[in-house]
Design a protein around this ligand. Structure first.
Ligand code: PAF
Length: 297
């Protein structure tokens, strides 16, 4: 397995693969890998075939974090990540620095610490429809950072297909829209969420939870199951479903609901009536830690 650190070297390698007619599958991550990420690597390998190239990027992208968010304490363990990538069958790990990805980052004395990469990086990609609700409303500059870094990574890795996790449903929808709108020749695959035995969706942020919070964090997946049972019996007003779920989340004393939304899985538009096929998403705080989950009802 090869480790590539510079953007120039990554693009050189990708161009070489292109000339050789090699197939390339790509899994972008922010590292601190868990079984959910590894399932994306395996899916990329399955789709691209045994002789294709599977690239995993490990990069904690500063532009997708807000000023009060967890950029500085986001978990990192590159040595362990590299071991896991090798075992999962990755061919290349691309792990650039901020200086490579956002030239000028952190150099100017008057530069803001987070969320902005001035003075020498000043071009962002903004998706304007799907990015406004849910995660976008709660984290106003988040998706601008995600679309920008993913577009940059597409230009550096030149993949034929990229695998994203369904746990970040809105992110996957926005990337799909960006790929279509900007004509990136990349197929977007959305792979199922991987869960712990009790149902908690795997996330690098789960490691922030203490034992009591971890025990109660199961409330997110339980809320989705509860909603599924309710609407499969009979469709119901989304407002009534959301009130029931708000009360349900409040039954976990350490949980503080940020939002719960019932929406169309493709357009992300909130629905009036929740029924089979509606998508449900929620974000819940445990102390400073914010967890998200979603599922099809
Ligand atoms: O889902 C993530 O881990 C990140 O948002 C991504 C897609 C790697 C971009 O930084």
């Amino acid at each position: 397995m090869r480790i590539v650190r510079s953007t120039a070297a990554m693009q050189r390698l990708a161009r070489q693969w292109q000339r050789q007619g090699q197939r390339v599958g790509f899994v972008p991550t922010m590292g601190y890998l868990h079984a959910g990420h590894l399932s994306l690597v395996q899916e990329a390998r399955r789709r691209i075939g045994p002789v294709g190239q599977v690239v995993v990027s490990i990069y904690v992208n500063p532009t997708q974090f807000g000023p009060q968010e967890d950029l500085s304490r986001y978990p990192r363990d590159l040595k362990r990540d590299l071991r896991l990538c090798r075992a999962a069958g990755a061919d290349v790990v691309f792990t650039p620095t901020d200086a490579e990805m956002y030239p000028g980052w952190g150099k100017a004395a008057d530069e803001p610490a987070h969320g902005d990469a001035r003075p020498t990086f000043s071009t962002y990609i903004v998706e304007e429809q799907l990015s406004r609700c849910m995660e976008g409303a709660a984290r106003p500059t988040h998706f601008r950072g995600v679309t920008t870094v993913v577009a940059k990574l597409f230009n550096l890795v030149l993949p034929e297909l990229t695998v994203f996790g369904a746990k970040d449903w809105q992110q996957a929808a926005i990337i799909q829209r960006m790929t279509h709108d900007l004509n990136f020749p990349v197929k977007i695959i959305v792979a199922p969420t991987v869960r712990a035995l009790d149902g908690l969706a795997l996330s690098s942020r789960n490691q922030y939870l203490d034992a009591a919070q971890r025990a109660q964090a199961v409330i997110l997946s339980q809320a989705i199951k509860r909603a599924r049972v309710a609407v499969r019996r009979k469709s119901m007003p989304a407002a009534r479903l959301k009130t029931d779920l708000r009360n349900f989340i409040a039954s976990a004393p350490l949980a503080r609901l940020d939002y719960v939304e019932a929406f169309d899985p493709d357009t992300l538009t909130p629905v009036i009536t929740a029924k089979r096929g509606t998508q449900l998403a929620l974000a819940v705080f445990f102390g400073p830690t914010r967890l998200i989950d979603n599922g099809r009802l």
